[in-house]
Design a protein around this ligand. Structure first.
Ligand SMILES: Nc1ncnc2c1ncn2[C@@H]1O[C@H](COP(=O)(O)OP(=O)(O)OP(=O)(O)O)[C@@H](O)[C@H]1O
Ligand SMILES: [Mg+2]
Length: 260
């Protein structure tokens, strides 16, 4: 399939993330096949494609959960290809997963506090837990307010619905003040009201936070994304603005083939 590059390649804002020919193989399967991806500062970049296209694997490669077999990843002017996920997180790559990962036994607010812990000093602050905890409380509550969970701040996270866990995980990721937020199907399993809240939340993120979003809900993708990259069978088949991607015959064909 041809690689339709929609839009000009003219130099615009600086790249925050550049993945160059990244490849990941599982046995004889090439899950991500020599994919190039560029996310510029402040961009909302969506990754779409049918099931098994390689979207989660590509997010894993960017976040460092999975290592590339070939290719290179640069983030914020630095080669991060060999760095693990914790190092990449400290450089500003935040992540939410296809299945929400929260601490079930902690309260909703404590989850956000724990997520912010490392950023404000981590283990060195254990000696003064009371003062330390108080410093985290206000920002945590502000983040919970932003994601619509302030009323549940003192509830145990185990009691949250799937959608509420999802929103909590986003608050936890934001607590680390990421420069790039990786979101894997944030709308999956959310109610209509929760999807609306998520859309408003993502639309309202400051441009200091760039976003790389995997999402099957194309209405959300087209409303939010500046750029859409389409993966199919591990390869990038198209990249461009939402209007061009929506009308691209290549993209329609990729989806049509996938559901046949
Ligand atoms: N750890 C693994 N071991 C073996 N194969 C894997 C592994 N992870 C992913 N794959 C395979 O790689 C391909 C891409 O998977 P991936 O999860 O990246 O797809 P996806 O685009 O995120 O799909 P979905 O929309 O269903 O989430 C699939 O064929 C999948 O089965
Ligand atoms: Mg996936």
């Amino acid at each position: 399939m041809a690689d339709v590059r929609v839009g000009s390649g003219a130099a615009g804002p600086p790249a925050l993330l550049t993945a160059t020919a990244v490849t990941r193989r599982y046995g004889s399967l090439t899950a991500v096949d020599a994919v190039d991806l560029r996310v510029v500062e402040g961009e909302r970049h969506a990754l779409i494609g049918p099931n098994g296209a390689g979207k989660t694997t590509l997010l894993d490669l960017v976040g460092g959960a999975t290592r590339v077999d070939d290719g290179r990843i640069d983030f914020a002017g630095r080669d991060v290809t060999r760095l693990g996920p914790a190092r990449r997180a400290r450089l500003g790559i935040g992540r939410i997963h296809q299945r929400p990962a929260v601490w079930s036994s902690l309260t909703v607010r404590e989850n956000v506090e724990v997520a912010a812990w490392r950023r404000v000093g981590g283990l060195r602050r254990v000696a003064t837990p009371g003062r330390f905890r108080r410093r985290l409380r206000e920002p945590a509550l502000a983040l919970l307010d932003r994601v619509g969970l302030a009323d549940l701040a003192t509830s145990t996270a185990a009691h949250l619905s799937h959608g509420q866990r999802r929103l909590l995980e986003i608050a936890m990721a934001l607590a680390n003040q990421p420069r790039l937020l990786l979101l894997d199907e944030p709308a999956a399993g959310l109610s209509g009201v929760e999807v609306q809240r998520l859309a408003a939340l993502l639309a309202g993120l400051p441009r200091e936070v760039s976003v790389l979003l995997v999402e099957h809900r194309l209405d959300l993708v087209y409303a939010l994304a500046d750029t859409v990259t389409v993966l199919y069978d591990g390869r990038r088949v198209a990249s461009g603005g939402p209007a061009e991607i929506r009308d691209s015959p290549e993209v329609r064909r990729a989806y049509a083939e996938a559901v046949r």
